[in-house]
Design a protein around this ligand. Structure first.
Ligand SMILES: NC(=O)c1ccc[n+]([C@@H]2O[C@H](COP(=O)([O-])OP(=O)(O)OC[C@H]3O[C@@H](n4cnc5c(N)ncnc54)[C@H](O)[C@@H]3O)[C@@H](O)[C@H]2O)c1
Ligand SMILES: O=P(O)(O)OC[C@H](O)CO
Length: 343
């Protein structure tokens, strides 16, 4: 089986190196020919995942046609803002039976679409063979083969199981879930709450504050998810609370670190310029804020983080406004297709 990983950032590199342990023909495509050459020679991606050795048989290339032609499984691991152009770029080189997996966690700016929707639009002939991989997965730990659980979502069980089979290793356990909407929204929206958790930490607040943000953050993620057609139970799983926990607390999280910089008074623009790595939560906040307005869903934490990122509000004021907003109930049950969900 030929597998291609498109995008040689931290996540693409970690997943390619994992797949290279299991499959004979694995290609890792980097946009930069220098990076591809250096990875091929040194067996390291020192720019994005230093300290992780790439398996000998992994082929690193910047030739897109070489990477994808004849592949049976293609993993798109660029940042979410590059997924549309990446899907468009691979399209002419594809064979019919290929499965495309999105590893990106974000929503498209302007359209607010999920990544599998974007891919299906660009490669319509494969719309029923597109899946999303998500969960509490930091590249730095997967690259070092630390026990990790992940979830693959696809409308077709056969597609989800094919991806599950391709990725399963003793240190990487993959579950399937038919709820593509919930899995993708969980992965994209937790980054917003992680910005808040980092900001709270940067302001000197402790564990109570972080727990409150994570719990109420999950409530608003589930509220929007429900409105957009997700199964609310997905948010109790790996792509929901699992990823929220890891991103809000891990030293590896770029979104959490970005939040800490917000607390120091840095702007979103300054934070992006300070790192070569993507901070998905910044764009996701804009998308979620617009979605919450059009769906008339209350997302107070997202709204405050939006105002900090895009309107210059101070994180301290945002915390005060969250704490002093009108009183409300914690749990409101709603019935949805026979499932009891919490609002
Ligand atoms: N890093 C992780 O631990 C992790 C885990 C799970 C999911 N993800 C998700 O995976 C996606 C990629 O994240 P990452 O951590 O690998 O990012 P990264 O910042 O480490 O690397 C991004 C890579 O994408 C490349 N890139 C940027 N713009 C591009 C474009 N227009 N076309 C092609 N390539 C482009 C960069 O050159 C770089 O190689 C994100 O959506 C992220 O949320 C990351
Ligand atoms: O480093 P972050 O904040 O982009 O998070 C990476 C992954 O999404 C964690 O699951």
């Amino acid at each position: 089986m030929k597998i291609s990983v498109i995008g040689a950032g931290s996540w693409g590199t970690a997943l390619a190196s994992q797949l290279g342990l299991k499959h004979e023909q694995v290609f890792l495509w980097a946009r930069s020919s220098e990076l591809a050459k250096s990875m091929q020679q040194t067996r390291q991606n020192s720019a994005y995942l230093p300290g992780v050795s790439l398996p000998e048989r992994l082929i690193c290339t910047s030739d897109l046609e070489q990477a994808v032609s004849g592949a049976e499984l293609i993993l798109l691991a660029t940042p979410s803002h590059a997924i549309r152009e990446t899907a468009r770029g691979i399209c002419p080189h594809l064979q019919n039976e290929v499965i495309i997996v999105s590893a990106a966690k974000g929503l498209e700016s302007g359209t607010y679409k999920r990544m599998t929707q974007v891919i299906a639009e660009e490669i319509p002939q494969l719309a029923d063979r597109v899946a999303a991989l998500s969960g509490p997965n930091h590249a730095e730990e997967v690259g070092r083969q630390q026990p990790t659980a992940s979830v693959v979502a696809a409308a077709s069980l056969a597609v989800a199981e094919a991806v599950q089979d391709a990725f399963m290793l003793p240190f990487f356990r993959v579950y399937t879930n038919p709820d593509v909407v919930g899995v993708e929204l969980g992965g994209a929206l937790k980054n917003i709450i992680a910005l808040g958790a980092g900001a709270a930490e940067g302001l000197g607040f402790g564990d109570n504050t972080k727990a409150a943000l994570m719990t109420r953050g999950l409530a608003e993620i589930a509220r929007l998810g429900l409105a957009l057609g997700a199964n609310p139970l997905t948010f109790a799983g790996l792509a929901g609370v699992g990823d929220l926990m890891v991103t809000c607390t891990s030293r590896h999280s770029r979104n959490r670190r970005a939040g800490m910089l917000l607390a120091e008074g840095k702007t979103a623009e300054q934070i992006q310029l300070q790192t070569n790595m993507v901070v998905e939560g910044i764009r996701a906040t804009g998308a979620a804020y617009e979605l919450s307005r059009t769906s008339q869903i209350e997302m107070p934490i997202t709204e405050q983080i939006y105002q900090v990122l895009y309107e210059g509000k101070s994180p301290k004021t945002a915390v005060l406004e969250l704490m002093t907003r009108g009183k409300t109930h914690e749990v409101e049950e709603v019935a949805l297709n026979g499932v009891i969900a919490f609002r």
